[in-house]
Design a protein around this ligand. Sequence first.
Ligand code: KG4
Ligand code: ZN
Length: 340
Amino acid sequence: MLILGIDTSCDDTAAGVLRAPRKVLSNEVATQFDLHAAFGGVVPEIASRAHTERVTLVIERAVAKAGITLEDLDAIAVTNRPGLVGALMVGVAAAKSLAMVLGIPLLGVHHIEAHCTAALAEHEDLDFPFVALVASGGHTALYDCVSAHEITLLSQTIDDAAGECFDKVAVMLGLPQPGGPSVSRLAEGGNPKAVRFPRARVKNDPTAFSFSGVKSAVLYYLKGPGGRRDAPDRADLPISYADIAASFEQAVVDALTKHALATVEAKGYGELVVGGGVAANQRLRADLAAKAPAGTKIRFPSHSLCADNGAMIALRGAALLEAGLIEDLGMDVSPTGVVR
Ligand code: KG4
Ligand code: ZN
Protein backbone atom coordinates (compact mmCIF):
# COMPACT_ATOMS: atom_id res chain seq x y z
CA MET A 1 0.00 0.00 0.00
CA LEU A 2 1.44 3.37 -1.04
CA ILE A 3 -0.03 6.36 0.79
CA LEU A 4 0.51 10.05 0.04
CA GLY A 5 0.33 12.30 3.14
CA ILE A 6 -0.32 16.04 2.82
CA ASP A 7 -0.04 18.67 5.57
CA THR A 8 -0.87 22.37 5.20
CA SER A 9 -2.08 22.97 8.75
CA CYS A 10 0.13 25.95 9.55
CA ASP A 11 3.08 27.48 7.70
CA ASP A 12 4.77 24.45 6.14
CA THR A 13 3.56 22.93 2.88
CA ALA A 14 4.41 19.24 3.27
CA ALA A 15 3.90 16.00 1.35
CA GLY A 16 5.40 12.55 1.82
CA VAL A 17 4.93 9.03 0.55
CA LEU A 18 4.79 5.99 2.83
CA ARG A 19 4.84 2.31 2.02
CA ALA A 20 2.44 1.02 4.68
CA PRO A 21 2.76 0.35 7.46
CA ARG A 22 6.00 2.22 8.29
CA LYS A 23 8.46 2.81 5.43
CA VAL A 24 8.97 6.46 4.50
CA LEU A 25 9.80 6.78 0.78
CA SER A 26 9.87 10.58 0.61
CA ASN A 27 9.20 13.60 2.83
CA GLU A 28 9.20 17.02 1.14
CA VAL A 29 8.60 20.35 2.87
CA ALA A 30 8.44 23.97 1.67
CA THR A 31 8.78 26.30 4.65
CA GLN A 32 7.45 29.86 4.81
CA PHE A 33 9.68 31.45 7.50
CA ASP A 34 10.77 34.21 5.13
CA LEU A 35 7.17 35.19 4.31
CA HIS A 36 6.09 35.67 7.94
CA ALA A 37 9.37 36.94 9.45
CA ALA A 38 8.44 40.63 9.33
CA PHE A 39 5.14 40.05 11.17
CA GLY A 40 6.42 38.31 14.32
CA GLY A 41 4.12 35.30 13.77
CA VAL A 42 2.29 33.31 11.10
CA VAL A 43 -0.17 35.45 9.10
CA PRO A 44 -3.05 33.10 8.18
CA GLU A 45 -3.89 34.61 4.79
CA ILE A 46 -0.26 34.69 3.69
CA ALA A 47 0.08 31.05 4.76
CA SER A 48 -3.01 29.97 2.76
CA ARG A 49 -1.89 31.78 -0.37
CA ALA A 50 1.61 30.31 -0.17
CA HIS A 51 0.11 26.81 0.27
CA THR A 52 -2.01 27.42 -2.84
CA GLU A 53 1.09 28.30 -4.86
CA ARG A 54 3.14 25.40 -3.57
CA VAL A 55 0.99 22.42 -2.66
CA THR A 56 0.87 20.69 -6.04
CA LEU A 57 4.58 21.30 -6.62
CA VAL A 58 5.47 19.76 -3.25
CA ILE A 59 3.19 16.77 -3.97
CA GLU A 60 4.86 16.32 -7.38
CA ARG A 61 8.28 16.38 -5.72
CA ALA A 62 7.25 13.87 -3.02
CA VAL A 63 5.87 11.45 -5.61
CA ALA A 64 8.97 11.80 -7.84
CA LYS A 65 11.40 11.34 -4.91
CA ALA A 66 9.53 8.19 -3.87
CA GLY A 67 10.23 6.84 -7.37
CA ILE A 68 6.55 6.30 -8.15
CA THR A 69 3.81 7.95 -10.19
CA LEU A 70 0.48 9.28 -8.92
CA GLU A 71 -1.26 6.23 -10.44
CA ASP A 72 0.75 3.96 -8.11
CA LEU A 73 -0.88 5.51 -5.01
CA ASP A 74 -3.42 3.48 -3.02
CA ALA A 75 -4.76 6.24 -0.73
CA ILE A 76 -4.48 9.97 0.04
CA ALA A 77 -4.13 11.12 3.66
CA VAL A 78 -4.44 14.79 4.57
CA THR A 79 -4.51 16.85 7.77
CA ASN A 80 -8.06 18.13 8.20
CA ARG A 81 -7.72 19.17 11.87
CA PRO A 82 -6.58 21.09 13.92
CA GLY A 83 -4.87 24.10 12.30
CA LEU A 84 -5.43 27.41 10.54
CA VAL A 85 -8.72 26.97 8.75
CA GLY A 86 -7.74 28.57 5.45
CA ALA A 87 -4.44 26.72 5.40
CA LEU A 88 -6.11 23.36 6.10
CA MET A 89 -8.59 23.97 3.26
CA VAL A 90 -5.81 24.17 0.66
CA GLY A 91 -4.36 20.74 1.49
CA VAL A 92 -7.79 19.18 1.86
CA ALA A 93 -8.94 20.52 -1.54
CA ALA A 94 -5.80 19.15 -3.20
CA ALA A 95 -6.23 15.77 -1.47
CA LYS A 96 -9.90 15.50 -2.47
CA SER A 97 -9.11 16.26 -6.11
CA LEU A 98 -6.44 13.57 -6.20
CA ALA A 99 -8.63 11.00 -4.43
CA MET A 100 -11.48 11.73 -6.86
CA VAL A 101 -9.41 11.61 -10.03
CA LEU A 102 -7.42 8.54 -8.98
CA GLY A 103 -10.49 6.82 -7.51
CA ILE A 104 -8.74 5.95 -4.24
CA PRO A 105 -9.65 6.38 -0.53
CA LEU A 106 -9.38 9.75 1.25
CA LEU A 107 -8.21 9.75 4.88
CA GLY A 108 -8.67 12.71 7.26
CA VAL A 109 -5.83 12.95 9.78
CA HIS A 110 -5.63 14.71 13.16
CA HIS A 111 -2.32 16.61 13.02
CA ILE A 112 -1.37 16.03 16.67
CA GLU A 113 -2.17 12.32 16.55
CA ALA A 114 0.23 12.18 13.59
CA HIS A 115 2.98 13.86 15.69
CA CYS A 116 2.30 11.28 18.46
CA THR A 117 2.89 8.31 16.16
CA ALA A 118 5.60 9.69 13.81
CA ALA A 119 8.35 7.82 15.70
CA LEU A 120 6.87 4.49 14.56
CA ALA A 121 8.45 5.12 11.15
CA GLU A 122 11.97 4.97 12.54
CA HIS A 123 11.71 2.61 15.52
CA GLU A 124 10.68 -0.81 14.24
CA ASP A 125 10.42 -2.26 17.75
CA LEU A 126 8.19 0.56 19.02
CA ASP A 127 4.59 -0.42 19.62
CA PHE A 128 1.55 0.76 21.59
CA PRO A 129 0.95 1.59 24.38
CA PHE A 130 3.20 4.59 24.95
CA VAL A 131 3.08 8.15 26.25
CA ALA A 132 3.70 10.89 23.69
CA LEU A 133 5.04 14.34 24.43
CA VAL A 134 4.17 16.67 21.55
CA ALA A 135 5.87 20.05 21.76
CA SER A 136 5.59 22.38 18.78
CA GLY A 137 4.88 26.00 17.88
CA GLY A 138 1.16 25.57 18.47
CA HIS A 139 0.88 22.72 20.98
CA THR A 140 2.51 21.31 24.07
CA ALA A 141 0.76 18.28 25.47
CA LEU A 142 1.06 14.74 26.78
CA TYR A 143 -0.99 11.96 25.20
CA ASP A 144 -1.90 8.46 26.25
CA CYS A 145 -1.36 6.39 23.09
CA VAL A 146 -3.14 3.18 24.10
CA SER A 147 -3.52 1.85 20.57
CA ALA A 148 -3.60 3.18 17.01
CA HIS A 149 -7.26 4.05 17.60
CA GLU A 150 -7.16 5.28 21.17
CA ILE A 151 -5.02 8.38 21.54
CA THR A 152 -6.23 10.62 24.35
CA LEU A 153 -5.07 13.94 25.72
CA LEU A 154 -3.69 13.70 29.28
CA SER A 155 -2.51 17.25 29.96
CA GLN A 156 -1.43 20.32 28.04
CA THR A 157 -0.20 23.87 28.30
CA ILE A 158 -2.62 26.35 29.80
CA ASP A 159 -1.05 29.25 27.88
CA ASP A 160 1.87 29.38 25.42
CA ALA A 161 3.25 26.38 23.56
CA ALA A 162 6.92 25.59 24.19
CA GLY A 163 7.94 26.33 20.59
CA GLU A 164 5.99 29.59 20.60
CA CYS A 165 7.92 30.59 23.71
CA PHE A 166 11.26 29.88 21.96
CA ASP A 167 10.05 31.97 19.01
CA LYS A 168 9.08 34.92 21.23
CA VAL A 169 12.30 34.82 23.24
CA ALA A 170 14.23 34.79 19.94
CA VAL A 171 12.52 38.09 19.03
CA MET A 172 13.54 39.54 22.44
CA LEU A 173 17.15 38.48 21.86
CA GLY A 174 17.19 39.77 18.27
CA LEU A 175 17.57 36.30 16.79
CA PRO A 176 16.04 34.99 13.52
CA GLN A 177 12.94 32.79 13.22
CA PRO A 178 12.24 29.98 13.82
CA GLY A 179 13.32 30.79 17.35
CA GLY A 180 13.95 27.25 18.60
CA PRO A 181 17.06 26.52 16.58
CA SER A 182 18.46 30.06 16.89
CA VAL A 183 17.96 30.28 20.68
CA SER A 184 19.47 26.85 21.26
CA ARG A 185 22.43 27.61 18.99
CA LEU A 186 23.15 30.73 21.09
CA ALA A 187 22.52 28.75 24.30
CA GLU A 188 25.30 26.29 23.43
CA GLY A 189 27.88 28.83 24.59
CA GLY A 190 25.96 29.92 27.70
CA ASN A 191 25.57 28.93 31.33
CA PRO A 192 22.15 27.31 31.94
CA LYS A 193 22.43 28.16 35.65
CA ALA A 194 23.16 31.88 35.16
CA VAL A 195 19.55 32.93 35.92
CA ARG A 196 16.88 30.80 37.58
CA PHE A 197 13.86 31.50 35.34
CA PRO A 198 10.55 30.15 36.74
CA ARG A 199 9.31 26.58 36.22
CA ALA A 200 5.57 27.23 36.58
CA ARG A 201 3.28 24.70 38.26
CA VAL A 202 -0.38 24.47 37.34
CA LYS A 203 -2.66 24.23 40.36
CA ASN A 204 -4.36 20.82 40.67
CA ASP A 205 -2.74 19.51 37.48
CA PRO A 206 0.88 18.56 38.18
CA THR A 207 1.69 17.45 34.61
CA ALA A 208 0.09 20.42 32.80
CA PHE A 209 2.43 23.05 31.37
CA SER A 210 2.57 26.83 31.62
CA PHE A 211 5.22 28.77 29.70
CA SER A 212 3.97 32.35 29.70
CA GLY A 213 5.73 32.99 33.05
CA VAL A 214 9.17 32.05 31.79
CA LYS A 215 8.66 34.12 28.64
CA SER A 216 7.67 37.18 30.72
CA ALA A 217 10.59 36.57 33.09
CA VAL A 218 13.03 36.80 30.17
CA LEU A 219 11.34 40.02 29.00
CA TYR A 220 11.51 41.54 32.49
CA TYR A 221 15.12 40.46 32.87
CA LEU A 222 15.95 42.39 29.70
CA LYS A 223 13.59 45.35 30.03
CA GLY A 224 12.73 45.67 33.71
CA PRO A 225 9.37 45.11 35.50
CA GLY A 226 6.49 45.29 33.01
CA GLY A 227 8.99 45.08 30.13
CA ARG A 228 8.71 48.83 29.54
CA ARG A 229 12.37 49.86 29.61
CA ASP A 230 14.49 49.84 26.45
CA ALA A 231 16.62 46.73 26.33
CA PRO A 232 20.04 47.54 27.82
CA ASP A 233 23.19 47.27 25.75
CA ARG A 234 24.52 43.79 25.91
CA ALA A 235 27.66 45.19 27.52
CA ASP A 236 25.62 46.58 30.44
CA LEU A 237 24.04 43.24 31.32
CA PRO A 238 25.68 41.29 34.15
CA ILE A 239 25.47 38.13 32.04
CA SER A 240 25.67 37.43 28.31
CA TYR A 241 22.79 36.85 25.88
CA ALA A 242 24.13 33.29 25.58
CA ASP A 243 23.63 32.85 29.35
CA ILE A 244 20.07 34.18 29.08
CA ALA A 245 19.33 31.85 26.17
CA ALA A 246 20.80 28.84 28.02
CA SER A 247 18.94 29.65 31.27
CA PHE A 248 15.64 30.11 29.40
CA GLU A 249 16.14 26.89 27.44
CA GLN A 250 16.92 24.99 30.66
CA ALA A 251 13.72 26.25 32.32
CA VAL A 252 11.56 25.04 29.39
CA VAL A 253 13.44 21.74 29.10
CA ASP A 254 13.15 21.11 32.86
CA ALA A 255 9.35 21.47 32.73
CA LEU A 256 9.00 19.25 29.64
CA THR A 257 11.31 16.60 31.08
CA LYS A 258 9.80 16.51 34.56
CA HIS A 259 6.15 16.32 33.45
CA ALA A 260 6.81 13.83 30.65
CA LEU A 261 8.79 11.44 32.87
CA ALA A 262 6.23 11.70 35.69
CA THR A 263 3.48 10.80 33.19
CA VAL A 264 5.35 7.79 31.78
CA GLU A 265 5.99 6.57 35.29
CA ALA A 266 2.32 6.99 36.25
CA LYS A 267 1.21 5.06 33.16
CA GLY A 268 3.82 2.34 33.63
CA TYR A 269 4.36 1.82 29.89
CA GLY A 270 8.13 2.25 29.91
CA GLU A 271 7.97 4.09 26.55
CA LEU A 272 8.03 7.82 25.89
CA VAL A 273 7.73 9.10 22.32
CA VAL A 274 8.66 12.71 21.66
CA GLY A 275 7.29 14.66 18.70
CA GLY A 276 6.76 18.19 17.36
CA GLY A 277 9.38 20.72 16.30
CA VAL A 278 10.75 21.21 19.85
CA ALA A 279 11.73 17.51 19.90
CA ALA A 280 14.70 18.60 17.79
CA ASN A 281 16.11 20.40 20.85
CA GLN A 282 19.41 18.82 21.87
CA ARG A 283 19.20 19.80 25.54
CA LEU A 284 15.74 18.22 25.77
CA ARG A 285 17.06 15.05 24.16
CA ALA A 286 20.06 14.89 26.47
CA ASP A 287 18.10 15.62 29.67
CA LEU A 288 15.29 13.16 28.90
CA ALA A 289 17.85 10.45 28.14
CA ALA A 290 19.86 11.24 31.28
CA LYS A 291 16.90 11.48 33.66
CA ALA A 292 14.77 8.60 32.38
CA PRO A 293 14.60 5.81 34.96
CA ALA A 294 16.16 2.47 34.03
CA GLY A 295 13.78 0.51 31.81
CA THR A 296 12.16 3.58 30.25
CA LYS A 297 12.89 4.03 26.57
CA ILE A 298 12.80 7.51 25.04
CA ARG A 299 12.08 7.59 21.30
CA PHE A 300 13.01 10.62 19.25
CA PRO A 301 12.16 10.78 15.58
CA SER A 302 14.77 12.44 13.35
CA HIS A 303 14.28 16.14 12.70
CA SER A 304 12.39 15.66 9.42
CA LEU A 305 9.79 13.53 11.22
CA CYS A 306 9.60 15.78 14.34
CA ALA A 307 8.72 18.98 12.51
CA ASP A 308 5.54 19.27 10.45
CA ASN A 309 5.80 16.80 7.57
CA GLY A 310 3.72 14.74 5.17
CA ALA A 311 5.19 11.31 5.97
CA MET A 312 3.74 11.37 9.51
CA ILE A 313 0.33 12.18 7.98
CA ALA A 314 0.65 9.21 5.61
CA LEU A 315 1.67 6.99 8.54
CA ARG A 316 -1.37 7.99 10.54
CA GLY A 317 -3.45 7.58 7.36
CA ALA A 318 -2.21 3.98 7.08
CA ALA A 319 -3.71 3.22 10.52
CA LEU A 320 -7.02 4.84 9.53
CA LEU A 321 -7.10 2.92 6.25
CA GLU A 322 -6.46 -0.35 8.05
CA ALA A 323 -9.40 0.39 10.35
CA GLY A 324 -11.62 1.31 7.40
CA LEU A 325 -11.98 4.92 8.59
CA ILE A 326 -12.30 6.36 5.09
CA GLU A 327 -13.80 9.81 4.49
CA ASP A 328 -16.17 10.81 1.71
CA LEU A 329 -15.39 13.72 -0.61
CA GLY A 330 -17.55 16.02 1.53
CA MET A 331 -14.98 15.92 4.37
CA ASP A 332 -14.75 19.21 6.30
CA VAL A 333 -11.85 20.87 8.11
CA SER A 334 -11.82 21.72 11.82
CA PRO A 335 -9.56 24.45 13.24
CA THR A 336 -9.95 23.12 16.78
CA GLY A 337 -9.71 19.40 16.05
CA VAL A 338 -13.28 18.77 17.12
CA VAL A 339 -15.28 17.16 14.31
CA ARG A 340 -18.85 18.40 13.88
O1 KG4 B 1 6.00 20.96 14.80
P1 KG4 B 1 6.50 22.21 14.18
O2 KG4 B 1 7.42 22.09 12.99
O3 KG4 B 1 5.32 23.13 13.70
C1 KG4 B 1 4.19 23.36 14.47
O4 KG4 B 1 3.20 22.57 14.34
O5 KG4 B 1 4.24 24.33 15.26
O6 KG4 B 1 7.21 23.05 15.34
C2 KG4 B 1 7.80 24.32 15.10
C3 KG4 B 1 8.28 24.86 16.44
C4 KG4 B 1 8.76 26.30 16.33
O7 KG4 B 1 8.18 27.04 17.38
C5 KG4 B 1 10.27 26.17 16.50
O8 KG4 B 1 10.88 27.32 17.09
C6 KG4 B 1 10.38 24.95 17.40
O9 KG4 B 1 9.38 24.08 16.92
N1 KG4 B 1 11.71 24.33 17.31
C7 KG4 B 1 12.56 24.21 18.34
C8 KG4 B 1 13.75 23.64 17.82
N2 KG4 B 1 13.58 23.41 16.49
C9 KG4 B 1 12.31 23.84 16.19
N3 KG4 B 1 12.42 24.55 19.63
C10 KG4 B 1 13.48 24.33 20.45
N4 KG4 B 1 14.66 23.80 20.03
C11 KG4 B 1 14.83 23.44 18.74
N5 KG4 B 1 15.99 22.93 18.34
ZN1 ZN C 1 2.91 20.29 14.14
